[in-house]
Design a binder for this molecule. Structure first.
Ligand code: 13P
Length: 342
């Protein structure tokens, strides 16, 4: 039997058609994004940036859960209130990224395996005590001439399944993120073929590891042509290919699918999610929603630029993107929303 606690957490996260905000960039990734935006890379700036995000007024209208990073879940506002308390008091559920990033997969040139299973049981127990109610683990699958290999898919999907079982053991909902990367020249058809194999392998591993489908969230990529593929399908074609693939491989017992944005612009990610919900909502066994990082935060980071005086404008940008995503979850997003906000 699956635990009621897991099911309750999933329900609360997505109540009111909300989605998730992935603000769990590692120090390294956050610094890389700061560098690209010309922001000084240090702990205080990372703290201030995250404080700006979680204190966005009325964020809970659109966002049901935020995914934090190890550094962030231990931080506090400049007045000393722990972030976890601020998040909870805002009516949002805190979660935590628990993988330790990718490393080279031995004997598989150009492929990665996600690290972090050793000691994970203890880390999950600690995060749960700090206040996390859900967790996230990302596996990356790159596309190329001879990749991905069976070895890479198999090892990563087994790691995801073992992570998910450990989460459920301590009452944390696992977000399971098998990301087929957008980088490359590959076609949409190739992304669909690989994503289908990845997801099929994942659900076999989840079954073998005893993971309860009713108590997890799947965080997949949309089915997209590679970033530099000469042919780019329309929003409707992407929506149809994505839903068709998910229907073939994701069991109906899974309550929610929350997409990653993977480097799509905020507008495209919202338009594609919107097209899926506008066309298929009411005819799908799972919730189709969002768990975006870049597609929600990116404009706000540039506006904020580490200046206190920019906080209100940056928070408006966060709210705007989060509202667009919530409306896309409802199939009610339109391009006009972008124009109105300018
Ligand atoms: P993006 O939406 O920027 O792809 O990030 C999602 C995420 O959580 C990556 O692990």
């Amino acid at each position: 039997m699956y635990s009621n606690e897991l099911v309750d957490t999933v329900r609360a996260l997505f109540e009111g058609d909300r989605g998730l905000l992935a603000m769990d960039e590692s120090d390294h990734t956050c610094n890389k994004r700061f560098a690209a935006a010309g922001i000084v890379q240090n702990e205080e700036n990372r703290r201030a940036y995250r404080e700006m995000i979680i204190t966005t007024p009325d964020l809970n209208e659109f966002i049901g859960g935020v995914i934090l990073y190890d550094e962030t879940i231990r931080q506090a506002t400049c007045e000393g209130t722990p972030f976890v308390q601020v998040i909870r008091e805002a009516g949002i559920i805190p979660g935590i990224k628990v993988d330790l990033g990718e490393e080279d997969l031995a004997a598989h040139s150009g492929e990665k395996i996600t690290a972090g299973l050793d000691g994970l049981r203890e880390r999950l127990t600690e995060y749960s005590k700090i206040g996390a109610r859900f967790a996230k683990w990302r596996a990356v699958i790159a596309l190329g001439e001879d990749i991905p290999s069976r070895g890479c898919i198999g090892a990563n999907m087994q790691a995801l399944a073992r992570y998910a079982a450990l989460c459920q053991e301590v009452g944390l909902v696992p977000i399971i993120e098998p990301e087929v990367l957008m980088e490359g020249t590959h076609s949409l058809a190739r992304c669909r073929e690989v994503s289908e194999e990845v997801l099929r392998t994942l659900f076999i591993e989840l079954f073998h590891q005893g993971v309860t489908l009713e108590g997890l969230i799947l965080k997949p990529n949309m089915i997209l042509p590679g970033l530099i593929c000469p042919h780019q399908e329309s929003v409707d074609e992407v929506a149809e290919a994505t839903v068709r693939t998910l229907r073939r491989v994701v069991p109906a017992a899974v309550p929610a699918i929350a997409f990653l944005s993977g480097g799509q612009s905020g507008e495209l990610a919202a338009a594609r999610l919107n097209a899926m919900n506008a066309k298929f909502k009411g005819d799908l066994p799972w919730i189709l929603t969002f768990s975006f990082a870049r597609a929600i935060q990116h404009p706000a980071m540039e506006i904020w630029n580490s200046q206190k005086s920019n906080i209100p404008a940056a928070q408006l940008a966060i709210s705007h993107r989060a509202k667009c995503c919530r409306d896309a979850r409802r199939g009610e997003y339109s391009k006009a929303m972008e124009i109105e906000s300018r």
